[in-house]
Design a protein around this ligand. Structure first.
Ligand SMILES: O=c1ccn([C@@H]2O[C@H](COP(=O)(O)O)[C@@H](O)[C@H]2O)c(=O)[nH]1
Length: 234
């Protein structure tokens, strides 16, 4: 049985090796945050690293953003569930048949099934950049449409910017998780993010979870940076 975590913060462990990721995890308290394993770390360190984080009592968000044919995505989320992760994701633009297949694959895990969420529009995408991907409508409309598709496909929530949280909360109701990267405490560099929001504002607008990487992991004292964020939002 894993520790219950009341904190909304998910720390992104974006490292190119297991030792660095585990060293950072050891500076964090699994009761004060969850952790996220993304494409860089998973490609470098593989499933064993995920198992080690789970064994350290962390709830793990496996952020591999699957986007493939339904059979492949269903098998991939099943493999993620077997690792004991708390949350896993796909791209909503993969479509409803793909998302439904992924949900179905998780049925066999019953109560211990991970949350399955879908990426809408990446937080690194600026509104003016969306058109170059072939999407002509405004960014908020695209986020709303993809979130609606994910919800109708039975998913547990979406990844979006907190800038869209109010709109999505109104459209989706309360029981749909809004997971928001692109979080920047005031005064922090935006880096490659384009739709950033402060932790406090994100929660006020209806975000459920705050994905935070560099503002914590690149801080001189990551545990202090996390604590300051938690105090700001308390
Ligand atoms: O739309 C998205 C989806 C995922 N991410 C991931 O979140 C973290 C953010 O890290 P920061 O250092 O706080 O920018 C990173 O792992 C991304 O891959 C996202 O930023 N936006």
């Amino acid at each position: 049985m894993q520790t219950r975590v009341s904190s909304p913060v998910i720390v992104a462990l974006d490292y190119d090796n297991a030792d660095s990721a585990l060293a950072m995890a050891d500076r964090l308290d699994p009761q004060l945050c969850r952790v996220k394993v993304g494409k860089e770390l998973f490609t470098a360190a593989g499933p064993q690293l995920v198992r080690e984080l789970v064994a350290r009592d962390f709830q793990v968000f496996l952020d591999l953003k699957f986007h493939d044919i339904p059979n492949t995505v269903a098998a991939a989320v099943r493999a993620a569930a077997e690792l004991g992760v708390w949350m896993v994701n796909v791209h909503a633009s993969g479509g409803s048949r793909m998302m439904r297949a992924a949900m179905k694959a998780l049925e066999e895990f019953g109560e211990s099934k991970p949350l399955l969420i879908a990426v809408t529009v990446l937080t690194s995408t600026a509104p003016e950049e969306l058109a170059e991907t072939g999407v002509a409508r405004p960014l908020q409309d695209q986020v709303l449409a993809l979130a609606g598709l994910a919800q109708r496909s039975g998913l547990d929530g979406v990844v979006c910017s907190a800038r869209e949280a109010q709109l999505l909360r109104a459209a989706s109701g309360g029981d749909f998780a809004l997971v928001t990267p692109g979080i920047r405490p005031s005064g922090s560099a935006a880096d490659d993010q384009r739709r950033v929001v402060t932790p406090e504002q994100a929660l006020e607008w209806g975000a459920d979870y705050l994905v935070i990487g560099r503002p914590i992991t690149a801080a001189a004292e990551p545990a202090v940076a996390l604590r300051e964020i938690l105090e700001e939002i308390a």
